[in-house]
Design a protein around this ligand. Structure first.
Ligand code: NAP
Ligand code: ZN
Ligand code: ZN
Length: 354
């Protein structure tokens, strides 16, 4: 066991506060990682606030982790002390089922072990995430960070990056396609960057007109304000694909109307009930709506390597961990440009001063 420090919520209505706990001693294939940076995902907030059923308290979120390997179990072959590595939304899975062996560990038929709020496969202890000074993870779930990437700006690739990369590559987004990205937050801004890097014509679909200039800087060719009825009507039947990152349940019809024949909309944001959809909105135009959950480990490494080659990282605002509650409040007001990343040196300094 090692002594660990982090920030956790003890109840749905409690702010995140300093929390002391233990990390397991290294088991076979385990890698111990000193966390340097951890991105702040809206799922962290949803989980700790109890928006989704099943939160176990204390809840210690964080699944966009970049750190330095401090120690490895002698059985580890892939990493050594000193390596700069990353951990995303999963820390284990059965590694044997059809989905795991195909590289879709997030859909493990025996249940993936997520980085937080998930029972450990051996002890049943609930996993505690990256808002902490170190973490212990099986080597198969540790990713390599290309040297060319800034470690802080690379952290959000581990969830916002892979979650948007995965459906864009599944639907073979490329030149000649018109792609809309709905919601310019952490996921949305990565979606815009990836779709543009893949060669598509990209339109940012936003509720915030003031984000238009940023959207263009991120790679969008055009901006569509979803609350502007005339502009939405003009854009009808023109999109091949829409990546929908809106974090709450919402009426899909205005977005379905934007799709052209055989257009596809993939929902990644609303992990909650959506209002009823009229069958006609899908039947007329042969349209499809689907979903996508993060991405598997091989796809995550592929995405990181792509980012290393093309120099793609997130646009971040670095915060000390002591400002995490304010950051969450701002995230709830859609006031994020475009991902908060916690500098974990702030946690070490706080502990050293205590
Ligand atoms: P975020 O940074 O808060 O961004 C969400 C954006 O959606 C906001 O910036 C805002 O953009 C827009 N928005 C917010 N409320 C809205 C509303 N009521 N109607 C229309 N648009 C609204 O969140 P995130 O970290 O990108 O996460 C987005 C969602 O994805 C969360 O629910 C998260 O839990 C989920 N998620 C899913 C997966 C997965 O595997 N599927 C993985 C990670 C996260 P504008 O100002 O541009 O309108
Ligand atoms: Zn996430
Ligand atoms: Zn499995």
């Amino acid at each position: 066991m090692t002594q660990a420090n982090g920030y956790a919520a003890t109840a749905a209505d409690a702010p995140l506060a300093p929390f002391h706990f233990e990390r397991r001693a290294l088991r076979e294939h385990d890698v111990a990682i000193d966390i340097l940076y951890c991105g702040v995902c809206h799922s962290d907030l949803h989980t700790a606030r109890g928006d989704w059923a099943g939160t176990i308290y204390p809840s210690l979120p964080g699944h966009e982790i970049v750190g330095r390997v401090s120690e490895v179990h002698p059985s580890v072959t892939r990493y050594k002390a000193g390596d700069i590595v990353a951990v995303g939304c999963m820390v284990d899975s059965c590694r044997e089922c059809r989905e795991c062996t195909a590289g879709f560990e997030q859909h493990c038929l025996n249940g993936a072990t997520f980085t937080y709020n998930s029972p450990d496969r051996q002890t049943g202890d609930i996993t505690l995430g990256g808002y902490s000074d170190h973490i212990v993870v099986r080597e198969e779930f540790v990713l390599r960070v290309p040297d060319s990437l800034d470690p802080a700006a690379a952290a959000p690739l581990l969830c916002a990056g892979i979650t948007t990369w995965s459906p864009l590559s599944r639907f073979k987004i490329g030149p000649g396609m018109k792609v809309g990205v709905a919601g310019l937050g952490g996921l949305g801004h990565m979606g815009v960057k990836f779709a543009a890097a893949m060669g598509a014509e990209v339109v940012m679909i936003t509720t915030s007109p003031e984000k238009g200039e940023d959207a263009r800087r991120l790679g969008a060719h055009d901006v569509l304000i979803s609350t502007d009825k005339a502009a939405m009507a003009e854009a009808r039947s023109s999109f091949d694909f829409i990546l929908n990152t809106i974090p709450v349940g919402h009426d899909l019809h205005p977005y379905l109307g934007l799709l052209r024949r055989e257009g596809v909309m993939i929902i990644v944001g609303a992990v909650e009930p959506l209002p009823p959809v009229h069958g006609g909105a899908l039947i007329m135009g042969d349209k499809m709506v689907g979903g996508s959950l993060i991405g598997g480990i091989p796809a995550t490494q592929e995405m990181l390597d792509f980012c290393g080659e093309k120099g793609v990282v997130a646009d971040i605002e670095i915060i000390p961990i002591q400002q995490i509650n304010e950051a969450w409040e701002r995230m709830q007001k859609s006031d994020v440009k475009y991902r908060f990343v916690i500098d974990m040196a702030s946690l070490r300094e706080e502990r050293a001063a205590a």
